[in-house]
Design a binder for this molecule. Structure first.
Ligand code: ANZ
Ligand code: ZN
Length: 804
């Protein structure tokens, strides 16, 4: 019988839609399950075969949970503001709104052809004014709570996008999106105080089930550091404060370093005899990114200040002050005490400039040859009142000493910076603030939200770095909500990360006009039970949305401190050649072609079977064909169908084992081995030579989350039960029936018995030989030998013939 997916798949998609099978129930007594994928950016390229991997994975989970009786919310929408659309619009002279509409339509059609059980009645779009009204509303709450503020600051400026980038968007000194050079530019920017939440963003990782690597990356990014500030007097009378994590090493500080941007340089302009050299050095440093400046391998550079010295507070010694770019202005105090004996960068610098290296922690090799940086094992030396203590004891004692003598204090620092929230672009949410000369920055009344993005003729970025909105005079000029006087609207827009920082809340109640979502909906659906997304979002979207959610929790809008109970991450799908799929490499596979040629079920099975879900995997044409064959074999089982409403003894063990394996593997994101066990069940059925209705029904339900169309078709044409597969309960297994029918065999090497093994009675030759070779005794006997022959005498013995 020929299986025609082109007829079958659209038929069941229509049936599901008409029956509303995937609508999350509004007022339900059922247990809820909220599954979330990162909503797509509707780019001009259309769907990529990488997109369906996470969608299918959580679809499998969602479909299974529905059969298990949960009220499932599995929504989708569009993260549609942002640069690529705007750049395309500029190039092709089409308004971004139209570009977005077209792209969304194409994406939607493509995704719907895959039979993913999204609840389309909850579709959202971040560019919809009814949606961004609430993005703006959250911004206003942040502003009212002092967490949004405007600041003149040096920002990352992409020379090609003509736009400010957040630190997170600058990768190795270039723009994450376009790869162009990023320079520093001083601009007045809206900032969000994510730093206020730094500690809780670390601590509350204990409340959630995220992969360890995700937690570790977030912690590193936030970069909590505990240490001390120490005040050094200078020969000019001004104080210079440094931040150190190693105040125990203060007796080993032999010089000091300030960053090229440090304000003292300006202050000491007349005192510094070599001010010209210092200024030249400052100019050089301004051209480099933080990344280049702090790279370890880089040769150290710097200039000593001639005319000003610092005084070490613990021993009164005068030490020189250098300007060097390995000290960043934006971290700590922008100044350090240098301890070359125990810090690698300081050591390199000291060697280059011939500065003294004084050992104060004993425990390593000669500090003249290499810095000793281990603080767990060392003992203090040459350190007066610290001598003899461990490093940890010395840190505590030194902090007390500093505090008693009023020359320092304990201090915690974070690497995390506040979030630069302004973009000088058109295609984003307008920031709902006006500026009045009298009243300063004034929020627009909430009743005026949404503040709509005005239509413009030209949305090109301006060379001056002003947003295109600044050219629309009658929009910009407005009255102050506070005093009624003349005021100007903010012309910057929000970054693309804004809309995605809270979208999962809107899905809970997407059409609400009074609130971002009702209290009832938030209480019922929060938190997201399972969120799958890319590793690349760990320190961007995932961190930003946790921050917004914590803020909304603090002001009583949401009921839980964390937005996502569980996070998983998928690997990329690569081209057949193992490289990233891209037009230029000519290795792009179009999902539409696969769906057309082999069907959505095959595509879904393949995406789940391709390999370990968390790892990258290359696309492979043979693999697709194999999955198609599996679908056909399942479909053709109907030719072997017999009556019967009990599982027969000859298949009992196989079926119970498969139920158990599929049930557990889906929960553990081991989709590939779940499918492998279904394939094994297929072999067992074929070995028996027939399948009865009960057995076919169980097989169909287990396969349904992966291949939902063909299973519905078989269910209906073979009359396997009432209703559709989506109405069935998930099958249960009996642990006692999972024990395989095992037999004992002997394993010989060159005819000599090495071990005896228990193996499944119906195991195939390849499987038995693999089991035999995995045995420790057998391994030892064949180690270093050449295997000449492997023989399996069914049900009795394995003999491995080896030669040296
Ligand atoms: C003296 C010292 C001795 C240090 C020693 C380390 C080892 P984390 O852990 O990343 O917070 N530092 C402080 N501010 C800096 C800046 N603006 N730019 C570059 N480096 C800076 O690192 C803190 C350590 O990094 C500080 O502790 C300081 O060097 C350096 F054996 O002070 B330490
Ligand atoms: Zn005013």
């Amino acid at each position: 019988m020929k299986y025609n997916h082109l007829v079958v798949e659209p038929k069941w998609q229509k049936a599901w839609e008409e029956k509303g099978c995937f609508h999350a129930e509004e007022n339900s007594d059922k247990k809820k399950f909220y599954a979330l994928i990162e909503f797509p950016y509707p780019s001009g390229q259309g769907l990529h075969v990488g997109h369906p991997r996470p969608y299918t994975a959580l679809d499998v989970v969602s479909r299974k949970r529905r059969l298990q009786g949960y009220n499932v919310l599995y929504p989708i929408g569009w993260d549609a503001f942002g640069l690529p659309t705007e750049n395309y619009a500029i190039k092709n002279h089409i308004h971004p709104e139209i570009v977005t509409k077209n792209n969304v339509a194409r994406f939607k059609k493509q995704i719907q052809s895959l039979g993913i059980s999204f609840d389309w009645s909850r579709e959202i779009n971040t560019t919809d004014p009814e949606y961004y009204k609430w993005t703006q509303w959250i911004f206003l709450q942040l502003f009212k709570h002092g967490l949004a503020y405007k600041k003149e600051m040096a920002v990352n400026w992409c020379t090609s996008c003509k736009c400010v980038l957040a630190n997170e968007e600058v990768v190795n000194g270039v723009c994450e999106r376009c790869g162009s050079e990023v320079v520093r530019k001083v601009k007045s920017q809206w900032m969000l105080k994510i730093t206020e939440y730094a500690d809780r963003l670390i601590k509350d990782l204990d409340l959630v089930d995220y992969p360890d690597r995700v937690k570790a990356q977030q912690k590193n990014w936030i970069g909590k550091s505990t240490g001390a500030e120490v005040d050094f007097n200078t020969t000019e009378g001004d104080k210079l404060t440094v931040y150190t994590t190693r105040c125990d090493t203060l007796f080993g500080a032999t010089y000091m370093v300030i960053s090229p941007e440090h304000p003292c340089i300006e202050k000491w302009n007349d005192k510094i005899k070599n001010i010209e050299d210092v200024k030249a050095y400052q100019a050089e440093a301004a051209k480099k990114s933080d990344f280049e400046r702090t790279e370890l391998v880089k040769e150290k550079t710097g200039v000593m200040l001639d005319g000003v010295k610092a005084i070490n507070p613990v021993n009164g010694k005068e030490i020189p002050i250098f300007v060097s770019d390995y000290v960043l202005v934006s971290y700590g105090t922008g100044a350090i005490m240098a301890v070359p004996a125990h810090d690698t960068r300081d050591w390199e610098f000291a060697k280059k400039f011939n500065l003294p290296i004084i050992e104060v922690v004993k425990g390593g090799d000669d500090v003249q040859k290499e810095a000793f940086t281990d603080c767990a094992t060392g003992v203090m030396v040459n350190s007066d009142f610290l001598t003899g203590l461990t490093v940890e004891e010395a840190k505590k004692k030194m902090i007390s000493w500093l505090e008693e003598n009023k020359v320092g204090r304990a201090k915690t620092n974070y690497k995390l910076r506040d979030w630069v929230f302004s973009r000088q672009r058109y295609w984003g949410e307008p920031i709902p603030i006006v500026h009045c000369d009298k009243c300063g920055y004034v929020p627009i009344p909430e009743s005026e939200l949404p503040l709509r993005l005005p239509m413009v003729d030209s949305y090109e970025p301006t060379d001056t770095g002003e947003s295109p909105l600044s050219k629309i005079t009658d929009w910009v000029e407005t009255t102050c909500p506070c005093c009624g006087g003349k005021a100007h609207r903010e012309t910057d827009t929000m970054p693309q990360w804004a809309g995605s920082s809270w979208y999962f809340l809107r899905y809970m109640d997407p059409h609400n006009k009074e609130a971002l979502a009702s209290k009832e909906a938030l209480n019922y659906w929060s938190p997201v039970d399972w969120y799958n997304g890319g590793m690349e979002h760990t320190t961007l979207h995932l961190l930003y949305s946790r921050f917004w959610h914590k803020f909304l929790y603090d002001i009583g809008v949401v009921p839980t401190p964390e937005p996502y109970a569980k996070r998983t991450s998928h690997g990329m799908i690569l081209g057949e050649n193992g490289e990233k799929m891209s037009k230029s490499r000519g290795n792009v596979v179009n999902p539409d072609d696969i769906v057309q040629q082999y069907g959505a079920d095959t595509m879904r099975l393949y995406e789940m079977f391709i390999g370990d879900f968390e790892k990258a995997a290359p696309w492979n044409d043979k693999g697709i064909k194999g999955c198609r064959r599996f679908v056909e074999r399942y479909y053709n089982l109907q030719e072997k169908l017999i009556d019967g409403d009990e599982v027969r003894p000859e298949l009992e063990c196989s079926i119970h084992k498969t139920i158990k394996k599929v049930s557990e593997d889906i929960e553990n994101i081991k989709f590939n081995t779940a499918i492998a066990s279904l394939m094994a069940l297929m072999n067992d059925i074929n070995a028996v030579g027939s399948i009865n209705k009960k057995e076919y029904a169980i097989f169909s339900i287990l396969l349904n989350p992966f291949a939902p169309h063909v299973t519905e078709e078989i269910w209906s044409t073979c009359n396997l039960g009432d209703g559709m597969v989506v109405d069935q309960p998930w099958p249960e297994y009996d642990e006692s029936k999972c024990k395989a029918n095992e037999i004992e065999i002997a394993v010989q090497v060159n005819g000599k018995i090495k071990t005896k093994l228990m193996i499944p009675a119906e195991a195939e030759q390849a499987e038995v030989i693999a089991l035999a070779k995995a045995d420790e005794n057998v391994k030892k006997s064949v180690e270093g030998m050449n295997i000449i022959k492997e023989i399996y005498v069914k049900g009795r013995l394995v003999n491995i013939v080896v030669k040296p």
